[in-house]
Write a protein that binds this ligand. Structure first.
Ligand SMILES: Cc1cc2nc3c(=O)[nH]c(=O)nc-3n(C[C@H](O)[C@H](O)[C@H](O)COP(=O)(O)OP(=O)(O)OC[C@H]3O[C@@H](n4cnc5c(N)ncnc54)[C@H](O)[C@@H]3O)c2cc1C
Length: 356
């Protein structure tokens, strides 16, 4: 079979990659999105467990910047299917912050939007009409003499292999965290502009461990009036949210607990994360609600590259040597969803200009 050829290959179907791919496709380019996991959204992630949903990545969207304001405005009326509820809706103003272990949580004003079907439904919306190859991890990329990048893909998740395992493109977008980008660029390292690589090496991330826990429906009546608490100074915790309060029809109380960077750094490489999740839950129970220590089910997800510590001072990272290559994501400009959106857009604009 001949290697499929596209104008642009976008690596990563998180916010940055999806926005970039959409813009380039609208501009008339042929685009393929290569994604190592089974779904879209990247860290804007939702897991289905025991008939419930849990957002173990992005907690909510806030209309603080121009791009999210517009996205939220659109998604308040859009649906992913005709009989579904709107993709985004206002969640709560009952978010608190606990600055001292023995203190009282203080309310913090927030204008939070959440997706009743799970935060990954935002990704699903943005992915509409895009050509996405799931369960394809880009392993290496090399410039060919005929002015095309050649990308070698690994099949992940034991997925059926009806999609190819190689692709060619005139330009490539790396819409993934920088350590993952460096893994791909390792092989042709001598041919990539050294400044491009040194910028990638400069970026650092904090990890996070997310715990999802589901409880007996009988405890629904015992839920507190707060919806989430942030812990800016805790050694263990960063965030505790009543995730089931985001759902229109919750089937049981579900909590999502996100660890501090310090806790995650200590435990991330533990082979069995289940006891680590239990430890985080015990700590939460001691602070907030004793019954939290006895869930019906518990799942743990490690995020190796959760939060970019210090993003680069550019909206995207570009080079034309040896061929057009652009890096985008929350490591360019702003270390959040708004930053990833703006960076994906900037990458698309740069490529449109270069490829014209
Ligand atoms: C626990 C947690 C909570 C957060 N809460 C918030 C919040 O409330 N508000 C906020 O604004 N931000 C929040 N963030 C940060 C936010 O999630 C990120 O800033 C944003 O999602 C980054 O988007 P991105 O497109 O740059 O990267 P990602 O979302 O990381 O997307 C990258 C994609 O690339 C794929 N990929 C990686 N390597 C390869 C490869 N070799 N081949 C193919 N595919 C690959 C990945 O599977 C992923 O889908 C949170 C993050 C975490 C982890």
């Amino acid at each position: 079979m001949n290697t499929p050829k596209f104008d642009i290959a976008v690596i990563g179907a998180g916010m940055a990659g999806l926005i970039c791919a959409q813009e380039l496709q609208k501009a008339g380019y042929s685009v393929v999105v290569l994604e190592k996991s089974r779904g879209v959204g990247g860290r804007m992630a939702t897991r289905r467990v025991s008939g419930s949903r849990a957002d173990h990545g992005v907690r909510y969207l806030e209309p603080t910047g121009t791009f999210l304001q517009q996205l939220i405005h659109n998604l308040k009326t859009k649906k992913n299917s005709p009989d579904a509820e709107p993709i985004l809706q206002l969640w709560t103003d009952k978010i608190y912050q606990l600055t001292q272990p023995q203190g009282l949580p203080l309310p913090i004003p927030k204008n939070c939007y959440v997706a009743p079907q799970g935060m990954n439904s935002v990704g699903k919306f943005l992915a509409q009409d895009l050509e996405i190859w799931y369960s394809r991890r880009v392993q290496t990329m090399q410039p060919l003499a005929e002015k095309n990048w050649y990308l070698k893909l690994e099949v992940t998740n034991n997925a059926a292999t009806e999609k190819p395992t190689e692709v060619m493109a005139k330009a490539v977008v790396l819409a993934i965290p920088t350590p993952q980008a460096l893994m791909i660029l390792e092989k042709p390292v001598a041919e990539i502009h050294p400044e491009f690589l040194s910028h990638l090496r400069f970026v650092e991330y904090d990890p996070c461990i997310s715990v999802m826990a589901g409880y007996s429906l009988a405890l629904q009546e015992n839920l507190p009036e707060w919806r989430a608490i942030a812990f800016p100074n805790d050694d263990y915790l960063d965030w505790v949210g009543i995730d089931s309060s985001k759902r229109t029809y919750p089937t049981q109380p579900v909590f999502v607990i996100q660890s501090s960077a310090k806790f995650a750094t200590t435990h991330l490489d533990t082979p069995d994360l289940q006891p680590v999740g239990k430890q985080l839950l015990e700590h939460t129970a001691q602070h907030l609600l004793p019954w939290l220590s006895a869930p019906e089910w518990l799942q743990v997800h490690p995020w190796g590259y959760a939060f970019c510590r210090q993003p680069l001072d550019v909206s995207c990272l570009t080079t034309e040597l040896p061929l057009p290559l652009v890096g985008a994501g929350d490591w360019c400009g702003g270390n959040n969803i708004e930053g990833a959106f703006a960076s994906g857009l900037a990458a698309a604009n740069w490529l449109s200009h270069i490829l014209q």
